[in-house]
Design a protein. Structure first.
Length: 383
């Protein structure tokens, strides 16, 4: 939301636009710090009550942000508001997975991810429009009100369902013990590196479309809608395939992202192919997210809260990695299309990590090793 209102916020709190951009980084840093810490603490609470508390905390943070008198206080409040974000979505994914049978787990968690992508299609443009006409502070108030509606919805509609192993979650060490499994670290590595490919391109999509494709500035909003639609379609499609063959879907999705990123380097030089490329790139980039979420929750067994939240932290780290690398190649004089090639490189590294992880699974299967959950020794069958 803040990205679309940076000029307005910068003018209001008397800082430059680049410095106002640090508000986005502050929120992302809050997500990275808060996701594992708060999710680890969640083992002492019911998951429904934890979600209610996290949504309420985000609402308070946004109300306070709307009243921030200066840049320093706004910066601190954006960091604090980001703290519950990753923990909320991590535990929400665990709750979604607990409500369905194992073969539908990826699709259930995809609903959570689809909410985030729809927010990019509808919420971000709408927030920008409201903020530009009525002030950025009212937008923070509106988001806070939506989060209060979330508190009401979760508290009244989310059932208190127990999942396998829940009775064991009496101590934080049980959650931390899940990280002894190297496959969880493989999953986090895939999210961090392959996820960075998305942000290599997305962080510089505006100058890429205006300077390379030749679009006018007003066309950026509809192009971002196309990007968001691609993200949503990718999440929902990837989830359906992941329910049938998780690791094949994950590796195929990363390979497709690598290829599309490379082709987009050329496609972004024409308006028509650029628009098509935006959709396909977003589709492939998000098609792997449900598989990653489902894999890490299953690998963590009866201690999924911290693992699922750590994926959220990894995605936010990938945001920084991708934006940084895309800026490096642009600063090197390679042009605004170059981040696509950098993204293809990150996706290729992510594919190597995913392939290595898959081979470890297959070797353990051949040795009849019971160290991993059965759902990853044998590909799950379709419902």
């Amino acid at each position: 939301m803040t990205l679309g209102l940076l000029p307005n916020v910068a003018h209001s709190v008397h800082v430059s636009i680049p410095r106002a951009g640090n508000l986005v980084s502050a929120y992302a840093l809050g997500v990275v710090v808060g996701a594992p810490l708060l999710a680890a603490a969640s083992v002492k609470f019911s998951r429904r009550n934890f979600l209610v508390a996290m949504a309420a905390a985000m609402a308070v943070g946004n109300f306070a942000s709307a009243a921030a008198p200066n840049f320093g206080s706004l910066f601190a409040l954006r960091f604090l508001t980001g703290l519950p974000h990753g923990a909320y979505f991590g535990v929400a994914s665990v709750v979604a997975a607990s409500l369905v049978t194992p073969e539908r787990r990826s699709s259930a968690m995809a609903v959570i991810l689809a909410g985030l992508t729809v927010a990019n299609v509808v919420g971000v443009p709408l927030a920008t429009l409201i903020g530009q006409n009525f002030g950025w502070r009212i937008v923070f108030v509106i988001v806070g009100l939506i989060q209060l509606l979330t508190v009401l919805a979760v508290s009244t509609q989310v059932p208190a369902v127990k999942v396998e192993g829940e009775a064991e979650q009496a101590h934080i060490l049980h959650e931390l013990n899940a990280f002894r499994n190297p496959q969880i670290w493989f999953s986090l590595g895939i999210a961090t590196i392959a996820g960075g490919a998305l942000f290599c391109t997305f962080s510089y999509i505006t100058p890429m479309m205006t300077h390379v494709a030749g679009y006018p500035q007003w066309a950026i909003t509809p192009l971002l809608v196309i990007f968001g639609l691609g993200m949503t379609a990718g999440v929902l499609t990837g989830a359906r395939f992941a329910d049938r063959s998780l690791m094949k879907t994950l590796c195929a999705g990363i390979l497709a992202e690598c290829v599309i990123s490379g082709l987009f380097f050329f496609a972004c030089r024409n308006k028509i192919t650029a628009a098509i490329g935006i959709f396909l790139f977003a589709f492939t980039a998000l098609s792997t997210a449900p598989a990653l979420q489902s894999r890490i929750v299953t690998l963590a067994g009866g201690a999924p809260n911290l693992a699922a939240a750590s994926i959220q932290a990894a995605f936010n780290i990938s945001n920084s990695v991708g934006a940084w690398l895309g800026g490096v190649v642009i600063a090197a004089g390679l042009g605004y299309a170059a981040p696509n090639l950098a993204g293809a490189g990150l996706a290729a590294i992510g594919l190597v990590i995913a392939g290595t992880s898959w081979q470890v699974d297959r070797r353990r299967q051949s040795r009849n090793d019971d160290g991993l959950p059965r759902s990853y020794d044998v590909e799950p069958q379709a419902a």
